[in-house]
Design a protein around this ligand. Structure first.
Ligand code: SIN
Length: 351
């Protein structure tokens, strides 16, 4: 009995002396959006003002963050994400790369408006030069709303950015207790909490009980394995999107070419079909050196090369499974490296 008591005492004193595990250092870069939004009343879930709450207040509102990481915050921008621009992306990417190069930074969380969150996530997925976790997070309800989703989303994103399980997974999106890959996630609903989805290919995992659980990984190259480097860039080549629809004509294509675009994403109907009134405008754009990428407005599926158009003959590129807004990002970055349609097509099958 005495021996048992002594050994229990010994075990418990050894346990008491074990050092606490080191908390990861996570930097929150705040850019605005609904997660930092405020409404007139607690039931205001539409018609509120995005991007009004500062990063220190966001952090203070979730004291539980201190249990999962040493958190610091920086206000990088304070905007609604419909105003996110190429210039914002370059500033953000450079800041992320500078922070992740520091040995005392283990991961980054970026708070962001949900409207263009998937675009910023994919841009960073292609240009961040680190395997450390980068997690984008937003909220569908403003901070003042009943059952606001921002605090739990922020908590989940910080613990994900602090987790060794998230290392090397590419840029992640943490919303609604789910982990999504930057390349494939998209906003699917104007206002519901489960808006962020990866239809067909599926999310990467869940966050439950303060732990991330991964079940799959994106197979496309990202972060340290891409050929893109924004460190010396102060602008990106102009690329715009033309939307396919019944009765479409050449006006938008001609206008973008006249404005000096270097590339056009054609978000065609179905498998990227081109209306006969648009084909001459696209051909003429290509003859002037503009790169044409055929994408689809459908949002799912592989865009078949030489399917609904003879891409070899037209010298067009196809977007593979990227939606039009992400195809625009990859084409801009591709144009920083090459004007060869063969090379650009390779990139669309690689990233
Ligand atoms: C925005 O994208 O900035 C507004 C909408 C949102 O964050 O949900």
């Amino acid at each position: 009995m005495m021996a048992l008591f002594v050994s229990l005492f010994f075990v418990s004193s050894v346990r008491a002396e074990a050092p606490a595990p080191r908390l990861a250092n996570v930097v929150i870069l705040a850019t605005g959006g609904t997660i930092a939004g405020t409404g007139a009343t607690s039931t205001t879930t539409v018609g509120y003002t995005a991007a009004t709450v500062g990063v220190q207040s966001l952090i203070k509102a979730v004291p539980e963050l201190a249990k999962v990481a040493n958190v610091t915050g920086e206000q990088v921008f304070q905007i609604a994400s419909e105003n996110m621009s190429n210039e914002h992306w370059l500033i953000l990417a450079k800041r992320v790369n500078a922070l992740l190069a520091q040995p005392n930074v283990d991961g980054i969380v970026i708070t962001h408006g949900t409207d263009t969150l998937e675009e910023t996530a994919y841009f960073l997925d292609l240009v961040v030069k680190s395997r450390k976790p980068v997690v984008l997070v937003g909220a569908m309800r403003p901070s003042t709303a009943l059952s606001a989703d921002g605090p739990i989303n922020l908590y989940n994103s910080v613990l994900l950015a602090a987790s060794p399980d998230a290392v090397g997974k590419g840029v992640l999106v943490a919303m609604n207790d789910q982990i999504q890959a930057a390349r494939e996630v998209t906003k699917t609903n104007t206002s519901t909490l489960d808006s962020f989805r990866t239809p067909e290919l599926g999310m990467l995992g869940y966050i439950q009980g303060s732990k991330p659980f991964f079940y799959r990984a994106s197979t496309r190259k990202h972060t340290v394995d891409t050929e893109f480097d924004v460190s010396a860039l102060s602008a990106l080549p102009a690329v715009d999107i033309v939307y396919g629809h019944a009765n479409v004509g050449p006006v938008a294509v001609d206008a973008f070419v006249a404005a000096g675009d270097k590339g056009i994403i054609h978000a065609g109907v179905g498998d990227g079909s081109l209306a006969s009134k648009v084909v001459p405008a696209l051909k003429s754009a290509r003859q002037k050196g503009v790169i044409i990428v055929r994408a689809s407005r459908v949002g799912q599926g592989i865009l078949a090369r030489n399917g609904e158009a003879n891409d070899d003959e037209l010298d067009f590129v196809v977007a593979d499974t990227l939606n039009a807004q992400k195809a625009r990002i990859l084409l801009m970055l591709a144009l920083t490296k090459t004007n060869s349609t063969r090379e650009i097509q390779r990139m669309f099958y690689t990233y």
